[in-house]
Design a protein around this ligand. Structure first.
Ligand SMILES: [Zn+2]
Length: 266
């Protein structure tokens, strides 16, 4: 189940089984169950039972597999998986759209500082062996530190800004980055693209942090930049303005295919 997006029909059936188990099963009251079910699957912090939906579990597992496949392309398991499934562009597209959903949710939480950084967890009373940032080992890990101020995050962001041909800006908070991207330049399409790239960057930095913290995997900044470039390329290939987007041009400058549009403005 974890390597493929589970069809909606199957997901609904699985949810149905779980619901019947929890409620003791009564077809006639299905509608009422669904109302309750929505509340049951949400986070405990939001007043739910924290059971989680099977669909979001499936999406999060897909994202994990995609990330590992990208970050360890030469490992034996990645080669085996790739040769068995002969990964095509279509699969990539599927992974990337699932990721986009996860990333949007992640950014929404990061904007409010509600991601599980060491300090955030510690403030909630969770005792951790250390609240120091696992990437630089220098200061306490807040969400703005992990995503923006940490030397590792800065390195990734610097590469990304260089790739976008933007003068390096010294950001301090997640909101600063998002505000900058939302107000950048005159072309709405370019603005949207930069914002998407910033989304991908913050998510990539967080993923690398998790790899280090939970899997003891040290990822170099350039590798993370590469993953960000791939995932954002796949996102924009789907969009209406993504026509003619090709990987080589994308790697040189992510706004390349929008140049013609820019010319019309002046
Ligand atoms: Zn740090």
């Amino acid at each position: 189940m974890s390597l493929f997006a589970t069809p909606t029909g199957v997901l609904n059936k699985l949810e149905g089984i779980r619901q019947r188990f929890l409620w003791g099963g009564s077809e006639g009251r299905k509608k009422i169950h669904w109302v309750f079910w929505d509340k049951i699957i949400v986070d405990k912090a939001k007043g739910g039972l924290g059971v989680g939906s099977i669909k979001s579990l499936n999406i999060s597992l897909l994202v994990k597999w995609w990330w590992r496949l990208r970050s360890e392309p030469f490992s034996l398991w990645a080669k085996v998986i790739t040769s068995i499934h002969k990964r095509h562009d279509k699969d990539d597209d599927c992974y990337s759209l699932k990721t986009l959903t996860e990333v949007k949710c992640f950014i929404w939480r990061a904007k409010m500082g509600r991601i599980p950084s060491a300090m955030a967890l510690s403030k909630q009373g969770i005792i951790l062996p250390s609240t120091t940032c696992c990437q630089c080992n220098l200061v306490e890990e807040t969400s703005d530190h992990a995503l923006i101020r940490c030397s590792f995050a800065r390195k990734v962001m610097t590469w990304i800004l260089k790739w976008c041909n933007i003068t390096i800006v010294n950001f301090h908070t997640v909101n600063e980055v998002l505000d900058y991207a939302s107000n950048w330049g005159n072309c709405p399409k370019k603005k949207k693209r930069l914002l998407g790239i910033c989304y991908g960057t913050l998510w990539g930095i967080w993923k690398a942090r998790n790899e280090r913290l939970f899997n003891n995997q040290l990822m170099c900044a350039l590798k993370v930049v590469n993953i960000i470039q791939s995932i954002t390329f796949l996102w924009f290939r789907h969009r209406g303005d993504g026509g003619g987007l090709n990987w080589t041009k994308w790697n040189v400058l992510p706004f390349n295919s929008l140049q013609w549009f820019f010319l019309y403005l002046f």
